[in-house]
Design a protein around this ligand. Structure first.
Ligand code: HEC
Ligand code: HEC
Ligand code: HEC
Ligand code: HEC
Ligand code: HEC
Length: 654
């Protein structure tokens, strides 16, 4: 069965070459009207217009769900476009079947296990090329070993990636329990959507797909089957061991989180609703606003989006550079504003030593990072003296060497860091049957490390815990994912945090220091792909990706940064300012030591009667002020805090 589409209203006839339009700085996710909208639609003519039995190309949705030249439909209250085609076109999911990392990795797995190559490919295409995979299997046209990379190479529906129809034809049949791309595809060409009573006067006539409300489209379950992935473990000889290893568990991590209980679905963060709704189609012209989930669908993968933007022509990607730029910006914003919180405080420590506690709090709906096992988040900690000298630096990153100090096998999970070759890296590491760390997905057998920060409300007694458990070292960290009680002792589970201490011996004898903490995200660490690049001579896909990888800026995305000052003689949880030394001898200086989290805005010295002797600068007050000119007696330091409060501290000049 093949249908003919009647393009009654707009016909994107011309095959536009990639990369020529919309290269201006104009954000394509913003306003789209008149000529700009028409140009955008023209470019979308490159999208797949193939029609299958169960699926249809995303290009066939352009006619009514692309930007509206009249500026009426598919816009939010500010007139910015919310067209699902514009938003989706430059996402990782839209490009999942042309993703050069994915293609290289499929080749790698096949080269290591040549006798299983085709069946491996049939696993990989299920989620990355779902329309091609399911169309082939449902129509019986797949070969004996399934839907392979060779089948995909010239299959437009498959190359359409996670296209509009891949998500919209998913039926509501036991979705929560599915994995590995096992999608229940609607055989009647229903396109499920998120709002009730859609008007179907035009859509099914033109596309053959009927818009119908499906409550499941509003829920995480619709994402489950592609965001839960296990492999059948193979030993070093390529024989299946009968073991099942959970490689990606993003959906199950969410199930074991507070967001599940609080009804914050994947869509709540990844497809935010338009306030006040939006008109869902550009025609007919009498439609009214409906619930509308924006198809942002971004995660943390700014790196691959940049790589694809730079190589869009070679990779035959349809999205414009400006569309990629805007998806990259959205990804970076989400990493910076919605992913984590960072806290750092000074701890009391003996003289000659500095101690700071750092807390990382996950704000996402799953582990941080989640998803593909190459993802990592790491902490950088820099201690500088008052004069600007670097006293300590853990977690330094360079393009050549990646994270400095990271162990060659894998970096342990740390509770306390006191040397520069120790660095906190949040990641998952699996080993093969012999326990050796490996990046071969098909050989994953043992969980060696998983200290990815769990989401808030994650419990180790939850039914999912077997598949989403912490690695051995994080399990031994008693305050990992635990709240802290008022009295400082470890509280309940489910905090979604990791706390660790940096303890540094200071040989410079500084009276005050600055501690800077930064949290970074890396989607594709060089070390994760270096083993694969050894096969570049045997695979064009690997060689292609290697050259693109080496040409792309790999600087990690800075997610959060915090800095605090540390004061010599600081004593923990007190609420009072102190003067040191006290009493102060002739010829010596006094310093102020703040209580936790406080800072002075103004400082005065007064005599015993409260008369101001002089104002001193905050810098001097904190680092040393000579009082030799004052007569012996009782004095006060009067402090106006940054938070507005006042404090007075008594001190004695000997
Ligand atoms: C259950 C669905 C599913 C299957 C099956 C699957 N993947 Fe994926 N894959 C994903 C998802 C989802 C992501 C993205 C997760 C993220 O961004 O962290 C991904 C990401 C990747 C990435 C990283 C891509 C990038 O641009 O960073 C590679 C490489 C990859 N997969 C390779 C494979 C290979 C090889 C196979 C077959 C052995 C495979 N995948 C099978 C769902 C799947
Ligand atoms: C000829 C115009 C046209 C084309 C082409 C078209 N649609 Fe629609 N679509 C509509 C109209 C009209 C509505 C209903 C709007 C309303 O009721 O406010 C709609 C609604 C929808 C809905 C919402 C259903 C709901 O209840 O939430 C989805 C999902 C949808 N379309 C998907 C698609 C997909 C996928 C394609 C491409 C295969 C596509 N559409 C192509 C016109 C079209
Ligand atoms: C990753 C899966 C996915 C892909 C790919 C996808 N959609 Fe959607 N779409 C959804 C979900 C989920 C909703 C429901 C969101 C909600 O209402 O909370 C939705 C909603 C819609 C709606 C109705 C608005 C609403 O919120 O109910 C339209 C129209 C639509 N999609 C069209 C498209 C078109 C056109 C494409 C391709 C360019 C596309 N979608 C690609 C998952 C997807
Ligand atoms: C048909 C399979 C499929 C479905 C359904 C699906 N995804 Fe994905 N998703 C993928 C694949 C494959 C990738 C990785 C693509 C790549 O990196 O090449 C991915 C990647 C992602 C990413 C990572 C993007 C980035 O830039 O890091 C997010 C976020 C995401 N999906 C969210 C969702 C949400 C939310 C839903 C449900 C509304 C959903 N997905 C449904 C297959 C799917
Ligand atoms: C509370 C908000 C929230 C919820 C709920 C949520 N996510 Fe995310 N997700 C994020 C943020 C923020 C990021 C970016 C940080 C990151 O990459 O970890 C992200 C990243 C991702 C990634 C990229 C992997 C990675 O860590 O780099 C995938 C894939 C993903 N989400 C899928 C899902 C799926 C599927 C669901 C539902 C089962 C879901 N998310 C629920 C906020 C959320």
């Amino acid at each position: 069965m093949t249908r003919t589409t009647i393009f009654a209203f707009f016909l994107p006839l011309i095959a536009v070459s990639t990369g020529v339009f919309l290269t201006s700085a104009e954000d394509p996710h913003k306003k789209f009207k008149g000529d700009d909208a028409a140009m955008m639609r023209l470019r979308m003519g490159e999208l797949c217009t193939e029609e299958g039995v169960y699926f249809t190309g995303s290009g066939n949705c352009v006619n009514c769900h692309a930007p509206d030249p009249a500026g009426e439909a598919l816009v939010d209250g500010n007139g910015h476009t919310v067209s699902p085609v514009v938003d989706w076109q430059a996402t990782m999911m839209a490009n999942s079947a042309r993703d050069p990392f994915w293609k290289a990795k499929v080749a790698h797995e096949g080269l290591v296990n040549p006798e299983h190559r085709e069946s491996i490919e049939n696993v990989c295409t299920a989620c990355h090329a779902p329309q091609g995979f399911h169309e082939a299997h449902l129509t019986g046209s797949a070969g004996p070993n399934g839907y392979t990379m060779e089948d995909l190479a010239d299959d437009a529906l498959g190359l359409d990636g996670v296209g509009c129809a891949a998500c919209h034809t998913i039926d509501d049949i036991n979705l929560a329990g599915r994995s590995n791309g096992d999608l229940p595809i609607n055989p009647e060409n229903v396109a499920w959507g998120g709002f009730e009573n859609p008007w179907d006067g035009l859509m099914s006539g033109q596309t053959g797909f009927i818009p119908v409300y499906g409550e499941h489209m509003r829920n995480s379950e619709v994402c489950a089957s592609c965001h839960s992935l296990y492999v059948h473990t193979q030993d070093l000889a390529g024989e299946e061991t009968g073991q099942v290893y959970f490689e990606q568990t993003t959906y199950l991590e969410w199930v074991n989180s507070a967001f599940n209980a609080e009804n914050v679905q994947c869509q709540g963060c990844h497809m935010p609703l338009v306030e006040g709704g939006a008109i869902a189609a550009t025609q007919p012209n009498w439609l009214f606003p409906q619930r509308f989930g924006k198809h942002h669908l971004v995660g943390g993968n700014a790196f691959m989006l940049k790589l694809m933007r730079e190589n869009a022509v070679a990779l035959e990607l349809s999205a414009s550079p400006a569309q990629f730029d805007s998806t990259i910006a959205r990804t970076e914003r989400s990493l910076q504003n919605e992913s984590a919180q960072l806290k750092v405080i000074q701890l009391q420590s003996p003289a000659g030593e500095w101690a700071f506690e750092v807390e990382v709090k996950n704000e996402t709906g799953h582990k941080l990072p989640s998803g593909y096992p190459s993802r990592m988040v790491f902490l950088e900690f820099i201690l500088t003296s008052l004069s600007g000298d670097t006293l300590f630096h853990s977690g330094k990153w360079t393009q050549e060497d990646g994270v400095i100090g990271r162990d060659v096998t894998y970096e342990p999970h740390w509770n306390e860091i006191s040397s520069e070759d120790q660095v906190q890296v949040y990641e998952t590491v699996f080993g093969d049957v012999s326990g050796t760390p490996t990046q071969l997905l098909e050989r994953a057998s043992l969980l060696l490390k998983d200290n990815r920060v769990p989401p808030r409300g994650f419990y180790s007694n939850h039914v999912t815990y077997d598949t989403v458990r912490f690695g051995p070292m994080a399990e031994l960290d008693f305050d990992f994912n635990h709240y802290r009680k008022e009295d400082g002792s470890t509280g309940d589970e489910g905090s979604g945090t990791d706390r660790l201490v940096y303890r540094i011996t200071d040989v410079s004898g500084s009276k005050s220091v600055e501690a800077q903490v930064r949290l970074h995200y890396v989607a594709v660490p060089a070390r994760w792909v270096s083993g694969m690049f050894e096969y570049a001579g045997q695979s064009e896909a690997i060689a292609t990706f290697e050259s693109m990888f080496n040409a792309t800026d790999r600087t990690p995305v800075l997610m959060k940064a915090k800095s605090v000052n540390g004061w010599m003689g600081y004593i923990g949880e007190v609420e009072q300012w102190r003067v040191a030394p006290n009493p102060v001898a002739d010829g010596k200086q006094i310093r102020l030591i703040p209580p936790a989290g406080e800072m002075a805005e103004e400082v005065w010295l007064t005599d015993a009667n409260g008369r101001v002797i002089r104002e001193i600068s905050v810098h001097e007050a904190m680092n040393g002020h000579h009082v030799s000119d004052l007569a012996s007696g009782i004095y006060f330091a009067r402090i106006h805090q940054v938070d507005g409060d006042w404090q007075e501290v008594r001190w004695i000049r000997m």
